[in-house]
Design a protein around this ligand. Structure first.
Ligand code: NAP
Ligand code: F7E
Length: 320
């Protein structure tokens, strides 16, 4: 019988790649989706017919219990969240409800309905925030710098707590930034590659950004969902950092992205205070030695390949 996986956040960037990956591994995939007045399946149209969708919401405990009853999952991937850092200052309470308490609701539904299942929590490098050491590993203390990061830190500790309290197979993947042509347009990488394509194709004249000196450890989402799956195949539940081990500034990203279409970013990029944050995370760089040795995980796409992949995708998308 096929292994059954329940994915929350299946309509998001990671959910779409993970669902494709698990279907290719022969899984039966159940996707949790929240009700909306218009369908939001843009990233999963290609696999829509192979997934069983269950309507539920992280805010509604009864719907989560019912989703687990219906899917009877062997593996649960909790990817749903309010995931955009700036929105977390505008909607701190809602971010806490989705991104923090949503984890409690999921874990408690699992404890009641599917205690034998394996649970993956989407933790984030944003928890390291104002970093205490460089590079960051599984033992680095957290210093979150946004309501989003605080909420993720709660979800992270709760996952560990449910593992220790109830013996659940519950793990956290501390994933550093990962991007793709499916990244939401508000995140800086996609905003840049979309902007580059618009400028090159004569559809825009400039690109307005915030702090271009911040540095991130950027990888490819398609690589990172493999690590999520591997974490649930281990003998013992454990938490892992997933990162490339290299850091680059937004400025580096701009240089390669504009360079790809023969332009100089300095001629088009303007700084706009609207995109500056009340508290910034200046530099992140992850040490994923544990994932490499214990999971046998390696990234396959480097920074330059990632930028080029995203620019080429947006050029083709807008140019067609
Ligand atoms: P994303 O593209 O923003 O997708 C978020 C997903 O969550 C969407 O499917 C969204 O559904 C769903 N969702 C939001 N609120 C919900 C609610 N109340 N009930 C049910 N579903 C809800 O995020 P992503 O980049 O794929 O990231 C996946 C997860 O990893 C998130 O938890 C994120 O915080 C975390 N993470 C991401 C990164 C990264 O670099 N991408 C790094 C570390 C951790 P709708 O389509 O209906 O909005
Ligand atoms: O910002 C700077 C901004 O919004 C990256 C989420 O997936 O990864 C993501 O969080 C950097 C920041 O991602 C603009 O100030 C400059 O320093 O692409 P981002 P993020 O905040 O790092 C982590 C791991 C997650 O867990 C999150 O869910 O870019 N930046 N100018 C800008 N950022 C944006 N969005 N827009 C700008 O105009």
């Amino acid at each position: 019988m096929a292994t059954r996986a329940l994915i929350t956040g299946i309509t998001g960037q990671d959910g779409s790649y993970l669902a494709e990956y698990l279907l290719n591994q022969g899984y039966e995939v159940f996707g949790m989706v929240r009700r909306s007045s218009s369908e939001n399946f843009g990233r999963i149209t290609q696999i829509q017919d192979q997934v069983t969708f269950i309507q539920a919401d992280l805010l509604d405990q009864a719907s989560l219990v019912q989703a687990m009853r219906e899917s009877r999952p062997d593996e649960i991937y909790n990817l749903a969240a309010q995931s955009f850092v700036p929105t977390s200052w505008r909607q701190p309470v809602l971010t806490g409800e989705f991104t923090a308490l949503g984890v409690t609701r999921m874990l408690d539904a699992m404890r009641q309905v599917a205690p034998e299942a394996r649970f993956y929590q989407a933790s984030s490098s944003e928890m390291f925030g104002k970093v205490r050491e460089v590079p960051q590993n599984e033992l680095t203390p957290f210093h979150p710098r946004s309501p989003y990061a605080v909420a993720k830190t709660y979800g992270h500790h709760l996952t560990v707590n449910y593992r220790e309290s109830y013996g659940l197979f519950a793990v956290s993947g501390i994933l550093f930034n990962h991007e793709s042509p499916r990244r939401g347009h508000e995140f800086v990488t996609r905003k840049i590659t979309d902007g580059v394509a618009r400028i090159k194709l004569g559809m825009a004249k400039e690109l307005r950004l915030g702090n271009i000196d911040s540095q991130r450890d950027w990888g490819y989402a398609g690589d990172y969902v493999r690590a999520m799956h591997l974490m649930l195949q281990q003998d013992e539940p454990d938490d892992f950092v997933v990162a490339t081990g290299r850091t680059h500034s937004v400025r580096d990203f701009l240089e390669i992205a504009f360079g790809r279409v023969g332009l100089k970013f300095e001629d088009y990029v303007a700084q706009d205070p609207r995109f500056m944050r009340p508290a910034e995370v200046d530099q992140l760089i992850g040490d994923s030695t544990k994932a490499k040795t214990k999971l046998g995980w390696q990234p396959t796409v480097d920074f330059e390949q990632l930028v080029v992949m995203m620019v080429d995708h947006d050029m083709a998308l807008l140019g067609s």
